[in-house]
Design a protein around this ligand. Structure first.
Ligand SMILES: [Zn+2]
Length: 426
């Protein structure tokens, strides 16, 4: 690894975003690409994912969802799909589930991520414990401070709390330990196939709903960006990979498996002289996790408004304690600039406390950011999203304004990635 060199390259690339001469709107191919997104398609993709219930890892509904995602990617023209294979064994009952979370020394965010996973497997710990630890300073290293009123944050682990009998039945098969898979597809760069951005979201969920928001909204975003960039009349100079991680909710195990299996393959041409790079050099990793709901802070009684707040925004976060913090911040600013240029309704803001999501395992290897509806620690950690890991995380719970926030995040990422990867229209 030569982080110094990577960092310099990264800064040059990201730096060019903000300072590049903005073409007149009618001549900007990226504007035409972003116009290929729309609310109906984004909602339809989330709807498609919710047909598989909460897509809990280690179940038939999770495996069926992976097959469906792969078929969709192929139908978009992202036909070179591949799968990562790994094994998942949950931590022993009563254990704290931290072992897996600290395995690769990926620093700050990971301990918190391990904490988040406790609730999923360990029977009702988790969310509440997470907020409690944050209140006592448990998030000091990852940063982020919860202020003001709070709502409950414990993950639901009781299938009977799902009031809709159809969804209750859909989510009824329990998870079993064992082999796991996750799917990705790749848009290969025309002039720099050996350099790559990774655009990701996690396709598994918990809470006995439909995981419509967490993380159907992020998964649909990645699939929509893949759809637009895979169109036969679009080229990109650099490679872009679309990854739908599994096992996020148990401690980022799917993203960790990818990093463990592939980080050392970067830049290896295979076969030699072929111009093919099974694992191009990572220029950045962009994770998408929960993008629909920004209804403001809970009131004194812990209740949250039923309406998307008019000043809702997309929260772009990087981790200031990561090895690639400087490059990650530059990447975040590039996404902010793309939001200003291409997102139709909602602005974005940048924060420095990225944590508890699949970009964590990447953050000390490449500039990494996450996009969310809210800041992970200071807002979601304070109970601002009452659907988080709950039976209420179902498609029908969300309004047009909610879905529109997710669409604006999609416009942001498509605009930024198209610019960074050098997208052109034939
Ligand atoms: Zn999530």
């Amino acid at each position: 690894m030569r982080p110094g060199i990577l960092l310099t390259v990264s800064i040059c690339i990201f730096g060019s975003f903000a300072t590049a001469q903005t073409p007149p709107p009618e001549n900007d191919p990226i504007k035409s690409l972003v116009a290929r997104l729309d609310l109906a398609k984004y909602k339809a993709t989330i709807r498609g994912l919710t047909k598989f219930g909460d897509r809990r890892q280690g179940t038939d509904r999770n495996r069926a969802a992976i097959d469906w995602i792969e078929a969709q990617l192929k139908s978009y023209g992202c036909s070179n799909t591949e799968r990562i294979h790994y094994d998942y064994q949950p931590p022993a009952r009563g254990g704290r589930g931290r072992g897996a979370a600290t395995g690769d020394g990926a620093a700050a965010g990971d301990a918190a991520a391990g904490g988040a996973s406790d609730g999923a497997g360990g029977g009702g710990r988790g969310g509440a414990g997470e907020a409690g630890r944050a209140g006592r300073g448990g998030f000091a290293r990852a940063g982020g401070r919860i202020r003001g009123e709070r709502g409950p944050t414990a993950a639901n682990n009781d299938p009977d709390l799902q009031p809709d009998s159809r969804i209750r039945e859909l989510d009824s098969q329990p998870s079993t330990p064992g082999p796991r898979e996750e799917v990705f597809c790749t848009k290969i760069g025309t002039t720099h196939p050996e350099e790559m951005y990774i655009v990701g979201a996690h396709m598994d969920g918990i809470g006995y709903g439909e995981a419509a928001n967490d993380d159907g909204s992020g998964t649909a975003l990645v699939m929509e960006v893949a759809r637009v960039l895979s169109s036969p009349d679009v080229t990109t100079e650099r490679t872009v990979r679309f990854a739908l991680w599994n096992n996020e909710e148990t401690g980022l195990n799917g993203a960790r498996a990818y990093v463990d299996q592939r980080k050392d393959l970067q830049l290896k041409e295979d076969p030699p002289g072929s111009g093919r790079y099974p694992e191009p050099k990572w220029l950045g990793m962009i994770q998408h996790d929960m993008l629909l709901f920004d209804h403001g802070m809970p009131l004194k009684d812990g209740a949250v408004s039923d309406h998307q707040r008019p000043e809702a925004d997309v929260n772009i976060e990087f981790q200031s304690n990561s090895k690639f913090a400087t490059g990650a911040a530059e990447l975040a600013w590039a996404f902010l600039a793309a939001n200003e240029q291409y997102a139709t309704d909602y602005p974005a803001v940048v924060g420095n406390h990225m944590t508890n999501t699949d970009s964590g395992p990447f953050q000390d290897l490449t500039p990494s950011i996450s996009l969310r509806e809210l800041e992970r620690v200071s807002q979601i950690g304070g109970g601002w999203d009452p659907t988080h890991h709950q039976p209420t995380d179902v498609f029908s719970h969300f309004s047009e304004g909610d879905f529109r926030l997710g669409l604006n995040a999609t416009q942001t990422t498509l605009g930024a990635i198209a610019r960074l990867a050098g997208a052109k229209l034939k």
